[in-house]
Design a binder for this molecule. Structure first.
Ligand code: SF4
Length: 115
């Protein structure tokens, strides 16, 4: 009987700790993303990938990989919080990219529509 109570107590403590830890982890991730520097368009990898902060500035004649309606915000590589203007990208670790940006590695996020 006491073992059963101990198990319930342990389960309750674990559940409470989890409920406290989840929002804290989310806040830490959010703070980390807010602290990351913005990727510069002059960064050597950004230049190599054709990254721009504003996809509307991509010249389709010079960049045939560009498809109208493709943006960082509908790319599978973008992480972070939906709605934030500057978010982490798997391609540029330690930096954030503009949600309206674009680069040659763009791949549509499953379920997203171009635009
Ligand atoms: S990989 Fe995707 S999210 Fe990252 S910079 Fe390129 S287009 Fe934007």
């Amino acid at each position: 009987m006491s073992d059963s109570r101990f198990d319930r107590r342990t389960l309750l403590k674990t559940a409470v700790a989890s409920l406290v830890a989840l929002p804290c982890a989310s806040l830490v991730r959010r703070a980390e993303a807010d602290e990351l520097p913005h990727l510069s368009e002059q960064d050597s990898l950004a230049v190599a990938m054709g990254y721009v902060h504003d996809a509307h500035k991509v010249d389709p004649n010079k960049t045939p990989q560009y498809k109208p309606g493709s943006f960082c915000h509908n790319c599978v590589q973008l992480t972070g919080k939906e709605g934030d203007t500057w978010r982490p990208c798997n391609l540029f670790p330690g930096k954030t990219v503009n949600k309206d940006g674009w680069c040659k590695v763009w791949v549509i996020k499953p379920g997203a529509k171009p635009g």
